[in-house]
Design a protein around this ligand. Structure first.
Ligand SMILES: *Cc1c(COP(=O)(O)O)cnc(C)c1O
Length: 230
């Protein structure tokens, strides 16, 4: 099932790119394997899927220990400062930086290993109280504060759009995210590229791609419903 689902999602990604006049190679599919056993990842790997997203540090480290060094691990969940050290040497991209305090901790822990952490700034575009992320209007200021950190490279922005049955409801947030990234890119801030726009999940990734997403994070649409009680 998982392999078929991935192929289906890839087809839809290509369709959304065609509709928007974009090159599908600009869009990376991140398979969100949180709560799923490693055997689910093994099935996904048969399709050549190499990017996986987890929202808990413990899950990244446990699955990393399985030893497949071809896998790119993406930390997509809220990150506590005392857990940053466990990600050193193990993550391709941290999607969830939303404070200078967290960035400073990343700087400290990654510097010890002489490693540069690639990060995205998480923006709470819809202003939902339940969500982490910085306000859109504070994003530039945060990036300017992070820019001098030698072991933190800001690669772009990430957002989690509101849960909705109708993906069109989120189009405005994706549009605003794209504009924010274009505006910040134009400022040419040191150490900052804005080449990544991580937005869109199972319910709305096609709309997100139409609006400029370069990474989509799909969990349920690949691995099925999650069971948090096990
Ligand atoms: C769980 C999660 C996803 C995947 O959500 P689905 O709706 O299952 O596709 C994407 N992004 C983040 C940050 C998540 O925590």
């Amino acid at each position: 099932m998982i392999a078929e689902n991935i192929k289906e999602v890839r087809k839809k990604i290509i369709k959304a790119c065609e509709k928007a006049g974009r090159n599908p190679e600009e869009v990376t599919l991140i398979a969100v394997s949180k709560t799923k056993p490693y055997s689910a990842i093994e099935e996904a790997l048969t399709t050549g899927q190499l990017d996986y997203g987890e929202n808990k540090v413990q899950e990244i480290t446990a699955k990393y220990e399985m030893g497949n060094t071809d896998i790119n691990w993406h930390m997509i969940g809220h990150l506590q400062r005392n857990k940053v050290k466990y990600l050193v040497g193990k993550t391709k991209l941290i999607h969830s930086v939303d404070s200078l305090r967290l960035a400073n901790q990343i700087e400290k822990d990654f510097a010890k290993n002489n490693e540069v952490a690639n990060v995205l700034i998480e923006v709470n575009m819809a202003g939902e109280e339940s969500k982490f992320g910085i306000k859109p209007e504070e994003t530039e200021e945060l990036i300017r504060a992070i820019a001098p950190l030698e072991h933190v490279q800001v690669c772009g922005l990430m957002t989690i759009a509101p849960y909705t049955d109708n993906p069109e409801n989120n189009r405005e947030y994706f549009k605003k995210m794209k504009q924010l990234s274009v505006d910040i890119k134009a400022k040419n801030i040191d150490n900052t590229t804005m080449s990544v726009l991580s937005m869109g999940m199972t319910g709305d990734y096609e709309v997100a791609i139409e609006e400029g997403a370069t990474m989509v994070r799909v969990g349920t649409g690949i691995f099925g419903e999650r069971n948090y009680n096990i």
